[in-house]
Design a protein around this ligand. Structure first.
Ligand code: HEM
Length: 110
């Protein structure tokens, strides 16, 4: 609500346009993910980025950093338009990804 209130143009557009309203919600979850990091423990020898990860390695996927890191041009700003092109923007994982993807309200949120 605060993000939208700070940008009156966004509020007006969201009222008139359902896909844009959904994109506002999705980008708000990018900026404020309920799960700040996703944790995993390797159960078999694994490799990632040329590093060997032995069994029992704790792997942290810092979703909050992925969503707001300096690699993103929109790191701290609401940017709903990026969701209108189609799929989830690359590296945005508010609901995790892969096999353990959240059930989430999937008719509504990607
Ligand atoms: C804004 C709303 C939600 C957010 C941000 C969210 C986020 C997440 C995240 C990040 C995970 C992965 C956690 C992990 O693997 O460490 C997860 C898992 C899960 N979520 Fe959600 N979730 C939301 C709503 C829901 C709802 C409404 C449901 C059910 C109707 C749901 C059901 C589940 C289930 C069952 C898993 C476990 C999946 C598995 O491990 O196979 N979530 N959620």
């Amino acid at each position: 609500m605060a993000l939208v209130a700070a940008r009156p143009g966004v509020a007006a557009r969201a009222r008139a346009d359902d896909p844009f309203l959904r994109a506002v919600v999705e980008d708000s979850i990018r900026l404020f993910p309920t799960t700040l990091s996703i944790l995993r423990e390797t159960t078999e020898p694994t490799a990632w980025a040329d590093r060997a990860l032995p069994v029992g390695t704790l792997v942290v996927l810092p979703s909050s950093y992925l969503h707001r890191g300096p690699h993103r041009p929109d790191a701290h700003a609401l940017n709903p338009d990026q969701w209108l092109a189609g799929d989830r923007p690359a590296g945005v994982v508010p609901f995790s990804a892969g096999l353990r993807l959240s059930l989430r309200p999937k008719k509504w949120l990607r």
